[in-house]
Design a protein around this ligand. Sequence first.
Ligand code: AVJ
Length: 330
Amino acid sequence: MKPEVAPRPPEPGVVRFYDFLPPKETFLDDVLAGLSLPRKSIPPKYFYDEQGCRLFEAICELPEYYLTRTEMGILNDCAAEIAQFVGPDAQLIEFGSGAQAKTRVLIEAIQPPLYVPVDIAGETLRSSSEDLARLFPWLNVIGICADYSRPLVLPEFAGVPIRRKVVFFPGSTVGNLTPAEAVAFLKHARNTAGSGGALIIGVDLKKDKGLFDAAYDDAKGVTAQFNLNLLHRINRELKGDFQVNRFRHKAFYDPTLGRVEMHLESLYSQFAHVAGRRFDFAPGETIHTEISCKYSIAEFQELGKRAGFSPEMIWTDSRQLFGVHGMVAT
Ligand code: AVJ
C-alpha cells in the first residue's frame, strides 16, 4: 500500500489520520478459511474490536497478568538509557498503539518531533492519539489505521527534521507469531526503520509454566471473556449464530514449543453458522485462537540478527520476567 502524496504533518498537537483498514470481507474470509481447516483456527488480531480492546485493557490490570506492569516498570526505570540509545530527532513509529501508558513514558524520555501510531483498532487509535496530542502539545501525531502485520509503506512526512526512524513494538505482541513469522515481521520492521534505524521491542521471557498458566487463565475470568468475545464478534459482524456459552476458554503453556496457546473448546457436539455456512464441532474440539511465544534473551536476539538487526541493548526487570530489546538496523 503506497499513499500517493508526501503530506505535510499537521500543526503540532493536531492529529491527522490515514485509513488503510482492510475491508470487513477480510475478516469474513479469514474466519471462513480458519473454520474450514482440519484444525480450526482464527487469527488473534480479530480479538480487538472495541469490546476486545476494553477487555484487553482489563487483562493488563489483572494481578496474574504481569507483562504490562513489568514492561511499564522497565520503561520507567530505563527511560534515560533508552533515550540515549535512540538519540535526538527520532521519528517514533508504534505498531499496535492500543492504550498509551507505555508510549507516554517513551515520548517523554525521547521527545520525538513526530509520532506515528499504527493500529488496526480505529476508534482506540483515534482517541488515544488525541489524548497524546493534548498531553504533548509540541508533538506531531499522525495516526495510521492499518493492519501492521501486512507489509505497509508509511508515508514520508515533509517538514519535520528526522535523524532516524525508531519502531516501537511493545507488549510482547511479537509472540503472536511463530518464530519464522516473527523473522518475516522483523524484516518488515527493519524496512520501515531503514538503514541505521532502530527497533525497541518488548518480549516476554521464558519462565516457569505456573506463571504463564495463571497469566492466561485468570481467576476473574477476564481472559476467558476476551477469548469468547471473538465468537460474539463473529455473531455481531458476520451473521454468526454461535451459542457462546456452549464453548469454554482454554489456555496452557507448552514448554516444548515455548509458547502459550489459547483455544475455544466446544463443550458439546454442535454446529454454528457464519454467513450462511455451517461448521460442525465435536465435543472437545477447539478453535485455536492465539499463540504467545516466549523467548530467552539470546533466542530473540538470534531472530533479530536473521532479520538484519544488530542487537545492542537489553533492558529487563529484577525478576527477569520480561525483556525490552534495543536493536539497530544494519
Ligand atoms: C497482546 C498478544 C501480547 O499474548 O500476552 C493476553 C494477548 N492474550 N491474554 C499476550 C493476550 C491473552 C497478549 N498480547
